[in-house]
Design a binder for this molecule. Structure first.
Ligand code: HEC
Ligand code: HEC
Ligand code: HEC
Ligand code: HEC
Ligand code: HEC
Ligand code: HEC
Ligand code: HEC
Ligand code: HEC
Ligand code: HEC
Length: 389
């Protein structure tokens, strides 16, 4: 349209006619697409690629559905939510994902139900998110999916393409705090029971009730796109190091007054020593010794001094020991020192015995060495003097 104006100067009436017509077309284009108005660019290159406003003009309407047999899929797209989405922010438009739609009526949809409709978009995300797409391929979800479980999570179950906001900082690349707070709810869509348990745990309660992001969410322990089966031997044997990531970090634990010696004391404990040696020699063999979660629980980890569930209470701890030591009686746990290093308050007898040895052994050994040295000295001196015994 516009380049016509560059014609050789003709009659003034022709020019104003062209100008007037051009303006009219431009104004029409503007009123049809108020949000996208970028003067000059509009009419030029949108011929066969409809813009978002064309789609939203119909799709912002509430209550419209698409029928799949007796299922009804709402087709409303909220323009405000879409406006705030990361895809809109990054200039990804409706037709970048809906490549087969350019007009109404839309082409026929092959899917027979809403789940199959969702699944028909599996390759859509690959286009721009190859990295995540590749990672997902050997995850538990993909494996369950390939085994025929169509309810296993796919991209769209965890990310609504129309409303997804930014998860990672644009420059930092790090997970944002608010995204971190949302994670358990994402998994809860399908893992409801685990989520309900997690919410009551010392970790989950801090996250969901206090917005505390120091505690682990589902993905700190399981990963995200490459979630592996948690029932393997390797996973079980590695749990102590999973917990240790945070529990040996003084900068996190000092805020809560929690000991960071729990891994060391676990490893030097007879249970832990064997797990560690075992893990080094037979990484593929199941260990029969307890790892952190056998005593502390898993999705239900509680404060150790919680009066109902805490394992500092011997009756609560005994139940855990009895799983492997079925004959253990009430005072069995007392025979074991858990994580605490002996101190005058905890295990005073052990403490003083240790203390005694700390002095006794150097004294005895030192005395013996002194004796041997003076003896050698005496012999040398005597020999030099030529004195015979
Ligand atoms: C004239 C109104 C109108 C316009 C314009 C329109 N749609 Fe639709 N769309 C509908 C209606 C109504 C449905 C519900 C199903 C049906 O009746 O076809 C629908 C259904 C859909 C569906 C569900 C699956 C399917 O294909 O039926 C998608 C996806 C979709 N529209 C995307 C778009 C996109 C992308 C655009 C812009 C390029 C767009 N629509 C433009 C009215 C419209
Ligand atoms: C980043 C890719 C992407 C963009 C951008 C996108 N869509 Fe979609 N859309 C999808 C996917 C994937 C589905 C299938 C999702 C599902 O079923 O869970 C879908 C489904 C739909 C549906 C069916 C109803 C529903 O919510 O499942 C409609 C209607 C629709 N899109 C319209 C639009 C319109 C209008 C726009 C632009 C304003 C748009 N889409 C932008 C990927 C996208
Ligand atoms: C046409 C390209 C394109 C397609 C197709 C597309 N995306 Fe995106 N997506 C982007 C861009 C660009 C960003 C911004 C990425 C960035 O800045 O790191 C983004 C961001 C995201 C983010 C947030 C990333 C973050 O770091 O905060 C998620 C999640 C996401 N997309 C999921 C999807 C899913 C799921 C699909 C398939 C339904 C999809 N995308 C399809 C281009 C696309
Ligand atoms: C089981 C849920 C789940 C599935 C399935 C899933 N994601 Fe994610 N995704 C997440 C969570 C949670 C995050 C935020 C955590 C993070 O960034 O470390 C995330 C982050 C992202 C990001 C931001 C950058 C990054 O890697 O952290 C992109 C992009 C993304 N997902 C795309 C996809 C695509 C594409 C698929 C399908 C191939 C997919 N996701 C499948 C849960 C999921
Ligand atoms: C759309 C539903 C859905 C969502 C959302 C979902 N999952 Fe799953 N998940 C499944 C299904 C289905 C299976 C396979 C069922 C099975 O084998 O027990 C599965 C399996 C798993 C397994 C392996 C279980 C096992 O016994 O081997 C783990 C771990 C897991 N999911 C973690 C997560 C995490 C973490 C999230 C959130 C980031 C999440 N899931 C989100 C549906 C989902
Ligand atoms: C502190 C680490 C940790 C956190 C946080 C965590 N998990 Fe787990 N999860 C584990 C471990 C360890 C196992 C393996 C248990 C075993 O020995 O079989 C497991 C097992 C699972 C399983 C498979 C076994 C089962 O009980 O069905 C699923 C599914 C699962 N977790 C999902 C989740 C979800 C969803 C969340 C968030 C709400 C979550 N997990 C939070 C550590 C964690
Ligand atoms: C054999 C059982 C058992 C095992 C295995 C075990 N713990 Fe404990 N843990 C306890 C008991 C009992 C307590 C309660 C207080 C005490 O006696 O130390 C405790 C206390 C704790 C505390 C609280 C410390 C404080 O300062 O309040 C943390 C954190 C902890 N354990 C983490 C771990 C981690 C991480 C592992 C694995 C590396 C682990 N535990 C292995 C039994 C165990
Ligand atoms: C992402 C970091 C992180 C990981 C991973 C983690 N924890 Fe924690 N844990 C915390 C924080 C932070 C607290 C303190 C929460 C509070 O007091 O509000 C805590 C509290 C605890 C407590 C309660 C201590 C008390 O006050 O009595 C126990 C027990 C515990 N964790 C055990 C574990 C075990 C076992 C694992 C591994 C399965 C684990 N944690 C993994 C960060 C972590
Ligand atoms: C996951 C299983 C498991 C749990 C839970 C467990 N133990 Fe053990 N424990 C073992 C195994 C295996 C041995 C080594 C037995 C052997 O080598 O003869 C052992 C050895 C011991 C020993 C050394 C003396 C002996 O009987 O050989 C004591 C003491 C002990 N455990 C105390 C405890 C206490 C206290 C608890 C609870 C806080 C506990 N155990 C929980 C598996 C477990």
């Amino acid at each position: 349209m516009h380049h016509r104006i560059r014609l050789r100067p003709p009659h003034i009436w022709t020019v104003s006619l062209f100008l007037g017509f051009g303006l009219l077309v431009f104004a029409l284009a503007l009123s049809a697409s108020p949000a996208q108005a970028a003067p000059g660019s509009q009419p030029a290159h949108q011929e066969d690629k409809p813009n978002n406003d064309f789609c939203l003009a119909c799709h912002q309407e509430e209550g419209v559905t698409k029928k799949f047999g007796n299922e009804q899929l709402p087709v409303t797209i909220n323009p405000t939510e879409f406006g705030f989405s990361v895809h809109n922010e990054e200039g990804v438009s409706c037709v970048d994902c809906h490549t087969d739609i350019s007009d109404y009526p839309h082409p026929n949809v092959k899917a027979k139900n809403t789940r199959d409709f969702t699944l028909s978009f599996l390759e859509t995300c690959k286009e721009c998110h190859e990295e995540q797409y590749t990672k997902v391929q050997d995850s538990v979800h993909q494996i369950a999916f390939d085994d025929g479980n169509k309810n296993a999570a796919v991209c769209m179950d965890c990310h609504n393409p129309h409303t997804q906001t930014r998860l990672t900082g644009k420059t930092s690349g790090e997970l944002t705090l608010s995204a971190r707070l949302d994670i358990p709810a994402t998994c809860a869509q399908c893992h409801t029971e685990i989520y309900d348990t997690y919410k009551t745990s010392v970790h989950g309660n801090a996250l969901t009730e206090e917005n505390n992001t120091d505690v682990p969410t589902c993905i700190d322990c399981h990963g995200v796109h490459n979630i592996q089966s948690p029932s393997t031997v390797t996973f079980r044997n590695s749990t102590p190091f999973l917990c240790a990531k945070c529990h040996t970090d003084e900068s996190i634990m000092s805020k809560y007054g929690i000991s960071t010696n729990v891994l060391n004391s676990y490893v030097s404990d007879f249970h832990g020593t064997t797990v560690k040696l075992f893990e080094e020699q037979f990484p593929d063999q199941p260990t029969n010794k307890p790892v952190c979660t056998d005593c502390h629980g898993l999705h239900d980890i509680s404060r150790v001094d919680n009066p109902e569930t805490g394992i500092a209470m011997q009756e609560n701890l005994l139940v855990k020991c009895q799983r492997c030591h079925p004959d253990a009686t009430a005072n069995f746990p007392a025979a074991w020192m858990s994580h605490y290093e002996p101190s005058p308050e905890n295990y005073p007898i052990v403490y003083y015995v240790n203390l005694f040895y700390k002095f006794f052994i150097p004294t005895v050994l030192g005395g013996m060495i002194l004796f041997v040295l003076t003896d050698i000295y005496r012999r040398i001196v005597n020999r030099m003097k030529g004195v015979k015994h």
